[in-house]
Ligand binder design. Structure first.
Ligand code: PAF
Length: 282
């Protein structure tokens, strides 16, 4: 497995792969890898990648001034071992200095899909995400890149950026991977105390009820989350493609939730499936 810290070395290798007509997949991550990340690597394999590049970079420009950039969990050694075991061809591990000039002045911004939901709560977040993902696409020049549906809004924003800026990269989405308890896997779960982890289970439980058509409005989701001691940042039902807000849950719409569990911000989402079927059963 190759390890590149220097963007130019990463680009040279990627160019060689391009000239050799190897199908390259990129899995962008911020590290502290878990099974959710490895499922993205597996998805890249299943989609026929000849070479899989995992980027590991805690991107400073997507964190707000009072967010967890400094304390974001990092474990380079364990990450490399997991990548090796998963059959990754190359890991791109740049430093912040090698990715960003001190006097940087060009950014990538998406103007519609990134404005609501997490974008409204975390100003500048998606500008940072789009900027780093555009840079990674330029450096690695992958045929396709795999993103997890857990960050559903992020995936929609990146798809729009790719469409509007004519990136030659196909975006592949991969389903949320959950712990046995139902909790969506996230590097940030490591912040949770045992008690907070217990509380966090309500999030997926409530969303599973939404999926099955047992809960029908954002207000009832919020009420159940509050009752469990979670602080609701937002609960919204949106059209899966346009992210336009919908008043009531309807089949194939997406319900997205962000909560604070203690100091930890958790996000999760689910596709509404069985409303009609459920009505017929009643
Ligand atoms: O989803 C993430 O881990 C990050 O937002 C990404 C896409 C790697 C960009 O830093």
């Amino acid at each position: 497995m190759k390890i590149f810290k220097d963007p130019e070395k990463m680009r040279d290798w990627a160019r060689k792969m391009l000239l050799a007509k190897r199908k390259v997949a990129l899995v962008p991550t911020m590290g502290y890898l878990h099974d959710g990340h490895i499922s993205l690597v597996d998805r890249a394999k299943a989609k026929g990648a000849d070479e899989i590049v995992v980027s590991i970079f805690v991107n400073p420009v997507q964190f707000g001034p009072n967010e967890d950039y400094e304390k974001y969990p990092r474990n380079e050694k364990a990450d490399l071992a997991k990548c090796r075991a998963a059959g990754v061809s190359a890991v791109f591990l740049p430093s912040a200095q090698s990715m960003y000039h001190a006097d940087r002045s060009a950014f990538v911004d998406e103007g519609t899909l990134s404005k609501g939901l997490c974008g409204a709560k975390r100003p500048g977040h998606f500008r940072g995400v789009c900027t780093v993902v555009a840079k990674l696409f330029n450096i690695v020049q992958p045929d396709f890149a795999v993103f997890g549906e857990k960050d559903f809004q992020q995936a929609a924003v990146i798809k729009r950026m790719v469409r509007d800026l004519n990136f030659g990269v196909k975006i592949v989405l991969s389903p949320i991977v959950r712990e046995k308890s139902g909790l969506a896997m996230s590097s940030r779960n490591t912040y949770l105390s045992a008690e907070e982890k217990q509380k966090a289970l309500t999030l997926s439980r409530v969303l599973f009820s939404v999926r099955e058509g047992e809960i029908k409005t954002p207000a009832s989701v919020a009420a159940k989350l509050k009752k469990a001691g979670l602080v609701v940042d937002y609960v919204e039902c949106v059209d899966s493609e346009t992210l336009a807000p919908l008043k009531r849950f309807k089949p194939l719409s997406r319900v997205l939730v962000a909560v604070y569990d203690g100091k930890t911000r958790l996000i999760d989402n689910v596709e509404v499936k069985n409303l009609k079927q459920n009505k017929e059963k009643k």
